[in-house]
Design a protein around this ligand. Structure first.
Ligand code: HEM
Length: 379
């Protein structure tokens, strides 16, 4: 089974397995953790570190059980341990120091699933059961809404992997270029829907003062691993082939280098295959530079219009996202200066600027040149 399939219920067109697999992981309770995890919100509300520590210790499986777990069960086990890891850290306790016997288990689960040795945003959202068995730190409806906001983007991001890989193989003169971009645009629209849903259903103060602290990094064998926050949502998968591979800046490059490890194995492969390639924006700019600006071949004009359209959707997501992020990290409400993905608001500003600059570049390349009469008079 490919882990790639595990977050892609939208891929049921290729067979029923993915939806079935996600349902399987959600249904799995390999550590018998349902009852303990249902009590976690109350333990957190009381800051009951002793109860959280006992709960984690109780769930730590014996080595022979870990060895016998299927991948499905290993993912579910990491998800369930993860809720306690983040809860303990929220109350100032390094979980591995408090329950040392968890260390080999985290390492083995990470190895078995080819993921980092702690839970990720996939465990916390897509692989989290819904309803009565839903794993939460607080039990608050706004936490459930935040989980839903993230859950809703994964099927489309998975689908965009294919359209972006196709785009990377094409040139702007080919009809498939605009088509791949139009399909990508349909997929990334989910990011805008998700942030609109978040703005309506999650208050920035709730995020800042109730949620943020559960996403702190934890120390696993001397390495800090970030919590399962939305900043791990791999929108970079789309940026990569559109513009990031050769038109980024060091701050976003560094953020990506760190973020990639939290994604699924096949997404890391996608990153390795496409980093350093020629981005769609660069291919288009090069193609256009050979043409007279007022007589672009129709296919090239169509490619530019489609590229500008996707970039505009990304820009819309980022503009709305930074608005809520600024509120949550404003001086009056924040408890942390850095985001849960390890980066400051300044990073969001810089990625928004890069997205906007690339969109402007592409849009201007196909705008008809302004006639002298339309130009503003010289002062
Ligand atoms: C109250 C809600 C939210 C707040 C306060 C917030 C805040 C932040 C902050 C401060 C960052 C900078 C990196 C870091 O965290 O270290 C970030 C990054 C990011 N967040 Fe959020 N976020 C929220 C919700 C969401 C949602 C619902 C999504 C998508 C489903 C999302 C997707 C992203 C992505 C993709 C990045 C990486 C930067 C980028 O690609 O522009 N966030 N977020």
């Amino acid at each position: 089974m490919s882990l790639y399939q595990l977050v892609a219920p939208g891929l049921e067109l290729r067979g029923e397995e993915p939806r079935y697999r996600i349902a399987e992981i959600r249904a799995a309770d390999p550590l018998g953790a349902d009852a303990v995890l249902a009590a976690v919100p109350a333990m957190n509300a009381d800051a009951d570190v002793a109860a959280l520590t006992v709960a984690l210790r109780t769930l730590v499986p014996e080595p022979d059980l870990v060895a016998a777990l299927s991948v499905t069960d290993a993912l579910a086990a990491m998800r369930d341990l993860g809720i306690l890891l983040g809860s303990l850290k929220r109350h100032g306790i390094q979980p591995v120091a408090a329950v040392p016997e968890i260390l080999p288990v985290l390492e083995e689960l990470g190895r078995r699933t080819d993921m980092v040795p702690r839970d990720t945003v996939h465990h916390y959202t897509t692989w989290n059961p819904l309803g009565r068995r839903q794993r939460m730190y607080t039990g608050d409806t706004m936490e459930a809404n935040l989980q839903d906001a993230v859950r809703m983007v994964f099927p489309s991001l998975v689908a965009s992997l294919d359209t972006c890989a196709e785009l990377a193989r094409l040139e702007p003169y080919e009809p498939g270029f605009a088509l791949a971009l139009d399909r990508t645009a349909q997929h990334v629209q989910s990011m805008v829907d998700s942030i609109d849903f978040t703005v309506e259903n999650v208050s920035p103060v709730f995020f800042a003062q109730q949620m943020r602290s559960y996403f702190e990094e934890i120390d696993v064998a001397g390495v800090d691993y970030l919590g399962p926050a939305a900043a791990q949502v791999p929108l970079w998968l789309v940026d990569l082939t559109l513009w990031q591979s050769d038109r980024s800046n060091p701050a976003y490059d560094a953020f990506l280098e760190d973020s990639v490890q939290y994604s699924l194995p096949s997404w890391r492969d996608h990153f390795a295959a496409h980093r350093g390639g020629t981005s769609a924006v660069s291919k288009l700019s090069a193609a256009i530079s050979w043409e007279a600006a007022d007589r672009l071949p129709p296919q090239l004009a169509a490619s530019a219009a489609s590229l500008a359209h996707v970039l505009r959707i990304l820009k819309t997501f980022r503009a709305r996202h930074i608005t809520i992020a600024r509120k949550a990290y404003s001086e009056e409400v924040r408890q942390y200066e850095m985001g849960s993905g390890g980066a400051p608001i300044a990073l969001l500003r810089s990625v928004l600027d890069l997205t906007r600059d690339n969109e402007t570049l592409v849009r201007r390349s196909v705008e008809p040149p302004r006639s002298p009469a339309a130009r503003p008079p010289k002062p």
